[in-house]
Design a protein around this ligand. Sequence first.
Ligand code: HEC
Length: 206
Amino acid sequence: MRKAWIPFLASVAVLATSLGYAQSRVKAQASAQPDAPNGRYLPEYAADGSLKLPRNWRSWVFIGAPLTPNALNGGKANFPEFHNVYIEPGSYAIYKKTGVFPEGTIFFKELQLTLPGESPDGSRTEPSGRGYFPGAYNGADVSVKDTKRYAATGGWGYYNFNHHEPKAATAMPKPKDECAACHIGSAKKDDVWTQFYPLLDNLSLK
Ligand code: HEC
């Protein structure tokens, strides 16, 4: 064999090995995904009972972005600042048909800071106008419906995956007084704040 072929063949071998590795990783991820037969993503729990950070939530159905700027909340909002709320798509499809959140429904609320303010109210001016503009990601809160597992907190489990980045890999359920009590007290439907999500509040919306 001519010497010039050797580096070429070596790089083909490296490429083939790494392609094979990438493929087997994709397979491993796919088989670990606990999809129910109808394609829903259901909650995954670690051995210690903690909830694993849901996968692929960034491609779930986006239902709203309530905003509680720090500057309007004494400098420190409880949930700073944009709350980008998503619902798992398979659960959403069932809810659209039945009007009921099925067991295993997951809501994912990613927090996102505003870009630094120019005024005391935290607002700034950009070409579109004066207001609040999305900045750095800032952790997440998650709720999971399971009427047996979370009977003590109204049928939903509540989890905080940090209010800073990176998001935690797992989280333990929060006690009733920290999360569930407020949801039970004032959320419109089944402890979910459908009053702030037109897509869930009005089932005829597409
Ligand atoms: C004082 C009231 C209050 C408390 C306490 C509270 N929440 Fe909420 N939560 C809300 C409101 C209001 C919304 C509606 C959207 C928004 O403003 O973020 C909401 C929305 C959510 C959502 C989106 C789905 C839904 O139900 O609308 C999740 C997930 C969530 N909260 C998780 C949590 C977790 C986890 C905790 C505890 C760490 C918690 N919440 C504590 C008031 C509360």
